[in-house]
Each structure stands twice: as C-alpha cells, then as structure tokens.
Design a protein around this ligand. Sequence first.
Ligand SMILES: [Zn+2]
Length: 163
Amino acid sequence: MSILVSVAALHQGDVHIQGEAPPEEMHWEIQDPCMEARHSLFYDLRAELMEKEVFVEGSVETVLDCQCVRCLEPFEFSLRLESWTCLLALEGEDAVTLVDESVDLTPHIREDSLLALPQHPLCRPECPGIARQPQEPGLQGPASDEARGVSSAWSVLDKLKLD
Ligand SMILES: [Zn+2]
C-alpha cells in the first residue's frame, strides 16, 4: 500500500487521508550511512481537485535513527513537515502516473522528506564531539628535552670526577 488519493473520490469533493506508512512502503533508500529509517511515517493530509490538478496539503512526520557525526552516539531525529504542500497535474506533459485510479503521494512525500534531512546529523547543535583525553604534548616535549640535558650534564660531571 502506498499513500494514495482516489481520483474518483476527488471528483466528489475534498479528500482527507490520515494514517501511517511503514518504512518498507516508503522505499527511503537513504544514502547517508549515519541515518536509518526504521519507523513509520505518519501523515495527515487534505487533497483537493483544482481543475486539472490535485492540490495536497498537510503534515507528515517520522523519526529516523541517526548516528551523530561528531560524537558517534546514536540518537533519534524527528522529521516533521508541518505545512507540506504538493501540486500534481492530472493532465498534460507533467501528468502523474495513476496507481489504481489514484494519485500516489508516496514519491513526493519521500522526496521532500529527504530534502529536509540534515546533511551532517548532530545529536545536538552544540555537541562537542568525542571527549578527548587530557593530553598536553606541548609540555611533554620540552620537559623530556630538559631531562636529557640534565642527564648529559651529570655525565659530564661524572667524567670530570673521573679525571
Ligand atoms: Zn553528538
């Protein structure tokens, strides 16, 4: 099942559709390895026939399982398109292909949802990244040089004593 709006029903008046589409129906195919669509997409839409086009508006939302690109921790990203709109032609060159005498909204919702995804998912905007060990290599370098200098000074003294 896809998210369909029957054209026959549209000729009768506005159509309100509400429901959920599991990820396998959405055919997400997200390229980003840091994101996975494992939850259903919920939709609440109203479709209206306008001459030779179908106007759709409403909201869609889902949750994606993400991995933060900075700290690598898993987190859930809430994707919500609050006032999503779509205009689909029923006739002419740009006419949509009907599925079971219905307009299939699935590819349009998928496309706009994918566009709304973050490029680099972060668990929170101020994520500091992976916690680093408090290392101060800048101080260790000169310290070891100094230690070497001291030991060489002692070895010079040792040689003087031997003489
Ligand atoms: Zn993070």
